[in-house]
Design a protein around this ligand. Structure first.
Ligand SMILES: NC(=O)c1ccc[n+]([C@@H]2O[C@H](COP(=O)([O-])OP(=O)(O)OC[C@H]3O[C@@H](n4cnc5c(N)ncnc54)[C@H](O)[C@@H]3O)[C@@H](O)[C@H]2O)c1
Ligand SMILES: O=C(O)CC[C@@H](O)C(=O)O
Length: 526
């Protein structure tokens, strides 16, 4: 395995990568051309916010399986391309939140007490203890845009200053506002027109880019102070410069700029703006947590484990992961049967989760089923990231339903796979923690432990069939591990499921197929 690290991560993080046995190449901020020419060699890359992991880079990255973002924001990574190519993007969303929140507090104090201006004067050996009259935070109104991880940390910290905190975040439940004792504002306008400080903590999205511009600033309370420690461009830099010059905004504290690295933004030349060069995550603690966190996520994803911070697939908490692991394996196995037993393209896949399975993260099990279903027939690599997209592109409609009880099993997953006018069904269960069983195939009931090679034979229910198959396989030196026969009506069609120790050849299968009474036989590799 080869891992490319293109930006600085902590020594502790590097050590975790290196001790894994992977070959780790460190190339700090390589020129674009060089990056494009080498990326095909790597299985994983670790970046921060500088490296543009865009559509073009993905087109060169033939072996890339994981992009690790050492940090939170993933706006430098083209997510649709990653998902299409089945590349898992992992990040460390919590690791630097406290540091980013503390820098926000720092900017608020700096601009309200004019600390940078006073400091600059002192550095010029100029003593003026009357010239830097500021304002207190006490009892002032603070408006937070985006009450996520960092927004909420800022809220609790500023409540200690006895600020009155309100927030605008249309995507979270009222209970989160209540939990943090923050007043909910329905619109950005409602927030900005009455607060003394506004601080943004949203990701940069199509919706949030430029969300605070001239229009919003014109409605703001006169003398408002503005902080952006989230992403450059959420507040329009030209419009903010204008608003400061107009006296609408009194001061601004800015950690992030639209085009980083940048030394030319108009904000550089405005008196009341305090600038830092995107250092929200720049603490020893954050860098250690980020570095070690991203290293573990990247290695876990490379090993094919379910990682907890994958950005482009549903994630599971660690305890959920243990619980759901066996059902994921079962789902993938059930999915693998169809295309090995039928060549008809699938129109619709119905997944019925029964019993205890309904309490699990079924979204993830569905991805495992789709992965299993498409792997035997799709050229691209199929994984949890692109399984849904691939199914959609193949015109497969996926329908999930849940039934809290099952007549026979504590938990049961059933697939109904529709192709033209036919319907193939298969079902399975997990006994105890990890004993998988195939429990049903096309209406025939079984209790089979799935193994790497399985033969599924349809036959006439008549005497001597088991003996004939056994003798035939024996003659071809194929050892039968287990054999089960199931029928629904005596004398009609029956089904046999055999688990065998070695892979039969085409020739072997042909011979079995020719046994009188055998209607068809199929090999399933798991
Ligand atoms: N300066 C730094 O070094 C630094 C460090 C870490 C994170 N960040 C940035 O801080 C920001 C917040 O990070 P986080 O971990 O708190 O994210 P988060 O995902 O936990 O929270 C973001 C919140 O924004 C809300 N939101 C989304 N769109 C919105 C909209 N249009 N209007 C209002 N609210 C909206 C979401 O509902 C969510 O609650 C991100 O942009 C991240 O990249 C910067
Ligand atoms: O320093 C960095 O890597 C950026 C940190 C921060 O903006 C993030 O999104 O995690």
């Amino acid at each position: 395995m080869k891992i490319l690290v293109t930006e600085k991560i902590s020594e502790k993080g590097l050590k975790v990568l290196q001790e894994s046995g992977a070959k780790v190449d460190i190339k700090m901020k390589p020129p674009r051309e060089e990056l494009l020419s080498i990326i095909a060699e790597y299985d994983a890359m670790v970046v921060r916010s500088y490296t543009k992991v865009d559509e073009e880079l993905f087109s060169y990255a033939k072996n890339l399986k994981v992009v690790g973002r050492a940090g939170n924001g993933v706006d430098n990574i083209h997510m649709p391309s990653a998902t299409k190519k089945g590349v898992i993007v992992v990040n460390t969303p919590d690791a630097n939140s406290v540091s980013a929140a503390e820098l926000t507090v720092g900017h608020m104090l700096a601009i309200s007490r004019k600390i940078p201006q006073a400091h600059q004067a002192m550095k010029k050996h100029h003593w003026d203890n009357h010239g830097y009259i500021g304002t207190e935070l006490y009892k002032k109104k603070l408006g937070i845009v985006g009450l996520g991880r960092i927004g909420a940390l800022v809220a609790t910290r500023m409540q200690a200053f006895e600020m009155e905190v309100s927030a605008y975040d249309p995507y979270i439940a009222d209970s989160r506002f209540e939990k943090f004792g923050v007043e909910k504002k329905e619109t950005l306008e409602e927030l900005i027109k009455e607060v003394d400080f506004v601080t943004v903590h949203t990701p940069k999205t199509k919706e949030t880019a430029g969300m605070i511009g001239k229009n919003e600033l014109m409605k703001a309370k006169k003398g408002i102070k503005v902080i952006n420690c989230a992403r450059g461009g959420i507040i329009n830099e030209e419009d903010l410069t204008w608003a400061i010059q107009q006296g609408i905004v009194e001061a601004a504290g800015i950690d992030v700029l639209k085009d980083e690295p940048d030394t030319t933004s108009p904000l550089f030349d405005v008196e009341n703006v305090t600038l830092t060069p995107h250092i929200g995550a720049g603490t020893v603690e954050a860098q250690d947590k980020v570095g070690v966190g991203v290293a573990h996520e990247v290695l876990g994803a490379l090993r094919g484990e379910m990682v907890t911070n994958a950005v482009n697939m549903p994630t599971l908490m660690r305890q959920e992961l243990d619980q759901v692991q066996s059902s994921l394996r079962l789902g993938e196995i059930l999915g693998k049967f169809y295309y090995q037993m039928s060549k008809e393209p699938v129109d619709r896949l119905e997944i019925i989760y029964r019993g205890e399975t309904v309490h699990m993260e079924t979204q993830m099990i569905t991805l495992a089923i789709l992965k299993g279903l498409m792997e035997p027939v799709v050229q691209e690599k199929v994984n949890y990231v692109n399984a849904k997209l691939l199914a959609k592109s193949r015109g497969i409609e996926v329908i999930e339903s849940q039934q809290s009880e099952d007549d026979r099993y504590l938990n049961f997953i059933q697939l109904k796979i529709y192709a033209k006018d036919k319907c193939f069904t298969i079902g399975g269960t997990v006994f105890g923690k990890k004993e998988l069983r195939i429990a049903e195939v096309n209406g025939f009931v079984f209790d089979v432990v799935p193994t790497p090679y399985m033969l599924i034979a349809k036959n006439i229910d008549q005497p001597g069939m088991i003996g004939k198959i056994g003798t035939n396989l024996g003659e071809h030196h194929i050892n039968i591990a287990t054999m089960q026969v199931s029928r629904n009506v005596q004398g009609e069609k029956a089904m046999m499921v055999l688990t065998i120790d070695s892979e039969p050849t085409e020739e072997d299968l042909k011979m079995i197929q020719e046994v009188p009474g055998i209607l068809n036989v199929q090999l399933v590799r798991l």
